[in-house]
Design a protein around this ligand. Structure first.
Ligand SMILES: *Cc1c(COP(=O)(O)O)cnc(C)c1O
Length: 419
């Protein structure tokens, strides 16, 4: 993570010493670098500056309102997957015409609200969804702009849980059914067919699957045009993978170049939905070692963050860097599993890491900006962590640590009166 560096053996995120954050806000907490976030955004914006592109940040990666507002102010659109995310986008000031709505299970209520505010496009994932959207739009006297998410059947070469473009997947419309589904969409009232989209998976570190998918979509675009169904945009879905460990993802400029070559002269607009690539390397999870424990075959560093704060290691075998916040000399190095207090064997943040640490030390878990806080839960009745934004040497709380009272409120409201 470029924003992390040691200064006299103390770990800094940009110009802020991480111990001062732990002191002020306690742990566990997520700490984000405003500079890194905006640099990642600008890398996408600049790479695609020469193309007619709408870049919609996939907010499911991290939907903190302050981060959304920074991105919206920098020109980002939003890719949303629920009515809740729609309200977040609107609260962050995102113009509705910069919002695309993805997801396999949109409800009538969600469709209604999105039509009411006038979003850019619905990314539709099934024939049944077309029927529902047509009915809702017709009832409201509106026209819904529609793109069909096609499953191009390319292997993204990523972890099976984040690979979404293969035949056995719940996502998208099968490539073989694409033409028939477009014909149906074009015939239904209340719909205007405007685009084609795909999202073949996340954390891809090669360009070739993206390019294969694009070629398959463009061949469909041509077949549709021959039938008089003329599309206005192609949406390539999520962004390029990031470096967690030693991955070497291609520069976004190369991706932009490859897309530009294929779209040249076609008059098609481009939509992109990067999430992880924008926010992943902008954040760390800051945690404190509660105990060191020697098991029979392993050493454990038991920390105050857990799988409820960062589930990627448990869910996807995600690998995160672990850095001691204060480097100490003279401590023995040992190999540790870094684990949380949750009652699950899958509750680990990292495995088999060589660390020189003591109980009470702070650790920074790297590249935790994407799919960290956004996937957090109250499992084991743990309150959700605080979120902090670093801007140069300034520090701003952007989400308070959840209180026990807040965590319990929805249930306490339902308790019968005593006596
Ligand atoms: C998750 C998702 C994204 C974002 O993927 P990243 O790999 O985080 O860039 C984009 N589009 C859709 C439809 C998604 O489901």
């Amino acid at each position: 993570m470029p924003a992390l560096h040691y200064q006299q053996q103390t770990l800094y995120l940009d110009d802020v010493a991480l111990p001062s954050i732990a002191h002020q806000f306690t742990t566990p907490c997520f700490v984000y670098s405003k500079r890194t976030l905006l640099q990642a955004w600008q890398a996408y914006r600049d790479a695609f500056a020469g193309q007619d592109a709408l870049i919609c940040y996939a907010m499911k990666a991290n939907s903190n309102l302050s981060l959304l507002k920074l991105l919206v102010d920098a020109g980002a659109g939003m890719d949303i997957v629920s009515g809740g995310e729609l309200e977040r986008a609107l609260l962050a000031g995102c113009p509705p015409e910069r919002i695309v709505f993805s997801g396999v299970g949109k409800t009538v209520t969600e469709m209604h609200r999105a039509l009411e505010v006038g979003i850019h496009c619905f990314n539709v994932e099934s024939s049944a969804e077309l029927d529902r959207l047509s009915a809702v739009a017709t009832r409201m006297g509106k026209t819904a702009a529609v793109s069909l998410r096609i499953n191009p059947d390319v292997d993204a070469g990523t972890h099976p849980y984040i690979s979404t473009g293969l035949k056995g997947n719940k996502f998208g419309i099968a490539h073989a059914e694409a033409l028939a589904t477009y014909r149906k969409a074009a015939s239904l009232p209340g719909l205007q067919v405007v685009g084609i989209d795909c999202h073949i998976g996340s954390q891809l570190t090669e360009l070739s699957p993206f390019i294969d998918a694009l070629d398959r979509l463009l061949s469909l675009v041509d077949q549709l045009a021959a039938e008089g169904i003329v599309l206005q945009h192609v949406d390539m879905g999520g962004g390029i993978g990031i470096c967690y460990d030693a991955e070497t993802p291609p520069p976004v400029r190369d991706y932009a170049q490859a897309i530009a070559e294929r779209l040249a002269g076609r008059g098609l607009k481009l939509v992109l939905e990067p999430g992880r690539a924008i926010v992943g390397n902008a954040g760390v999870l800051l945690t404190r070692v509660e105990f060191l424990k020697q098991g029979e075959t392993k050493n454990f560093a038991i920390v105050d963050a857990a799988m409820n704060d960062l589930i990627r290691p448990a869910l996807y075998e995600g690998w995160h860097q672990v850095l001691p916040v204060e480097q100490q000399e003279g401590l023995p190095e040992r190999v540790y599993d870094v684990v949380g207090p949750v009652c699950e064997s899958a509750d680990f943040l990292a495995q088999d890491r060589t660390l020189a640490i003591r109980a009470g030390d702070l650790l920074a878990i790297g590249s935790a900006g994407a799919y960290g806080m956004a996937m957090s839960s109250n499992y084991n009745s743990r309150v959700r962590a605080a979120e902090i934004l670093v801007d140069g040497d300034r520090v701003q709380l952007i989400r308070q640590r959840e209180t026990l009272a807040q965590m319990l409120a929805c249930e306490q409201a339902c308790l019968p009166e005593a006596g």
